[in-house]
Design a protein around this ligand. Structure first.
Ligand code: HEM
Length: 496
């Protein structure tokens, strides 16, 4: 016969021993988290990000491996830094990694995350918006039909640069590329011209778009500690509301004008309004406004930033600059404008663009993905809701993939390596991402980047500002969601 007291004591002892066993033995799930640096209490690894997170995380990955875990305040973050692991995330488990980690700045700005092609999870609304973009804007047929509009804007770039060359004026190449990108986009979307070269409005627009990138991409304490959202310690949420608000105001005006005066241009906005008028529930005016904002922001400074980096590298490497120029002039002819259909005939120009994407990918971490469930990668568990950063900048500078990693050598993409492409199949070069969230604007970006570069290099010689040598050109970067030149590139065009 056993007393109740004895039974109770036995139960208590068993429970204590059980709790000790559980708490002392490593949690099998935690044990399989990817390796990473020591996580400090509360802040985790925030201090390790530094002002250039793509560089600091690439350095850490060399120590901890191509699947690395960090804690940014309360956010578990997994950093992917090799082509093999990027392929697992973006191809093998594409759907499981297809959601987005929403920055607090995006939801603060008119709840952009609820309507946005960039931030929605892969759901019916996202599929609908992607389909509309593909059918109405980015299909080869649509792009061919709108190329006359872009030809006109490139001619304006050429006239503007010629004007500077005749008067010996110094040109801000990033600003000229941004104005052109903006006008190429607005021509394709609205059939109107958005900005004037060298104008305050163009500069202001550049600052607003960069403001959005900065608010969305810079490290933000309100993301790491959601309790701080209402305090907004760095003022990023407030800035986001201002920058997004300015853009929404512009698109409101365009949409209203289009609604009042229907017919005529048959551009993207006309097509969107048609869809809206046929079935309001299918696409609301609010959806259209958010979509236009996405396309403008995602398409303008990525494209112009790439052209600015390409010109920077070419000015640092005059022999490569003259090689591009000779190719264009030999194959297309002197004083002829390169057409979109000419691009396949210009292999060196294409190699220059690839090399620029390798060294300066516009979005070094892509747009942050998020795991929809626990997923195994390389034997580790990426936990549900973890933020996943694919560090394409790190793959571009990985010495086990590329020789002379820091040198600008477009030739590496010629002679047998010309098959390596950036359309999401070769994971060592994925500046546009891969899989279902690959950049939908790739076909337009491809045309815009090659043609802007061909216009700048094929028609003009370039001199550095007096007293500057090629190696003196400032290469510093500024980090937002995109990676821009910190100091604008300025040079003097010379008529050939
Ligand atoms: C998404 C790169 C130009 C529209 C993206 C992503 C990257 C990217 C890396 C994220 C992919 C991912 O998260 O896996 C670039 C680069 C460009 C460029 C390097 C130019 C050099 C454009 C243009 C447009 C555009 C011209 C439109 C006019 C978008 C949109 C998304 C996106 C809407 C979000 C797609 C989604 O989340 O489903 N882009 N992009 N981009 N891009 Fe681009």
């Amino acid at each position: 016969f056993i007393s109740m007291d004895f039974l109770t004591s036995l139960l208590v002892i068993i429970s204590i021993v059980w709790i000790c066993i559980i708490s002392l033995s490593p949690n099998p799930r935690a044990r399989r988290l990817p390796p990473g640096p020591y996580q400090f209490p509360i802040i985790g690894n925030i201090l390790e990000l530094g002002p250039k997170p793509h560089r600091s995380l690439a350095k850490l990955s060399r120590k901890y491996g191509p699947v690395m875990s960090l804690k940014l305040g309360s956010i578990t973050t997994v950093v992917i830094s090799s082509p093999e692991t990027a392929k697992i995330v973006l191809q093998t488990h594409d759907l499981l990694f297809s959601s987005r980690k929403i920055p607090a700045s995006v939801s603060a700005a008119l709840q952009h995350d609820k309507f946005s092609l960039v931030w929605l999870p892969v759901d019916n609304q996202w599929r609908k918006l992607r389909k509309i973009c593909k059918e109405q804007m980015f299909s080869a047929a649509r792009l061919d039909a709108s190329q006359g509009l872009r030809r006109e804007k490139l001619q304006k770039l050429r006239d503007y640069v010629r004007d500077c060359s005749e008067t010996g004026r110094v040109l801000d190449i990033g600003e000229a590329a941004f104005t052109t990108a903006l006008n190429l986009m607005s021509a394709t979307l609205f059939s109107v011209e958005f900005a004037q070269f060298g104008s305050d409005s163009s500069q202001e627009m550049k600052e607003v778009v960069w403001g959005v990138m900065k608010c969305v991409g810079s490290p933000n304490f309100a993301d790491y500690f959601p309790i701080l959202k209402s305090v907004d310690p760095q003022g990023i949420l407030k800035d986001a509301v201002i920058c997004f608000g300015k853009l929404f105001k512009i698109f409101d005006r365009f949409i209203n004008e289009k609604m009042k005066c229907r017919g005529g241009n048959n551009d993207l906005v006309d097509a969107l309004i048609d869809i809206h008028q046929k079935d309001e529930a299918q696409l609301t005016i609010n959806d259209i406004k958010h979509l236009l904002l996405d396309l403008f922001v995602a398409g303008s400074d990525t494209t112009s930033g790439t052209v600015e980096w390409a010109m920077t590298e070419l000015l640092r490497n005059p022999d490569k600059m003259s090689k591009v120029r000779h190719e264009i002039r030999d194959i297309i002819g002197e004083n002829k404008q390169v057409e979109e259909s000419d691009i396949p005939r210009l292999p060196y120009l294409q190699a220059v663009v690839k090399e620029t994407f390798r060294l300066h990918p516009a979005a070094p971490f892509l747009v942050p993905h998020m795991a929809r469930s626990d997923v195994e990668v390389n034997g580790y568990i990426v936990p549900k809701h973890a933020q996943v950063l694919v560090n394409v900048w790190a793959s571009g500078r990985d010495p086990s993939i590329w020789t002379d990693v820091d040198l600008f050598r477009p030739e590496r993409f010629l002679n047998g390596n010309d098959q390596i492409d950036f359309r999401g199949k070769d994971f060592e070069l994925i500046p546009f991402g891969a899989g279902r969230r690959i950049c939908p604007g790739l076909p337009l970006a491809h045309r815009m980047v090659h043609l802007m570069l061909a216009t700048l290099v094929g028609n003009f010689g370039w001199n550095l500002i007096e007293g500057t040598k090629p190696n003196d050109i400032d290469m510093d970067e500024k980090f937002g969601l995109t990676l821009q030149k910190a100091v604008p590139l300025k040079a003097v065009p010379v008529k050939l």
